[in-house]
Design a protein around this ligand. Structure first.
Ligand SMILES: [Zn+2]
Length: 74
């Protein structure tokens, strides 16, 4: 049984690296990235994550996913 990369909660699908809460946040991130990428005319994943971190509206689930993604990307 895999565990979430962030909170160590058990993950039901062994292909997932996040629990359902963090996966939901991650999927939202990806969905909005498409929109932002078009709006800004080419935004890298890391640039996008950096922008989100500066926003007050960004929730704590999303922030945790962002920090983990940043570590993964380098
Ligand atoms: Zn989690």
């Amino acid at each position: 049984m895999n565990t979430c990369s962030i909170c160590s909660l058990k993950v039901s699908n062994h292909e997932d690296i996040y629990c359902s809460n963090h996966l939901k946040a991650f999927n939202n991130l990806k969905k909005h990235y498409e929109i932002w990428n078009k709006a800004f005319g080419g935004l890298t994943w890391v640039e996008y994550l950096n922008k989100l971190l500066k926003l007050n509206e960004t929730g704590s689930w999303v922030r945790e996913v962002i920090c983990t993604e940043m570590r993964t990307v380098g």
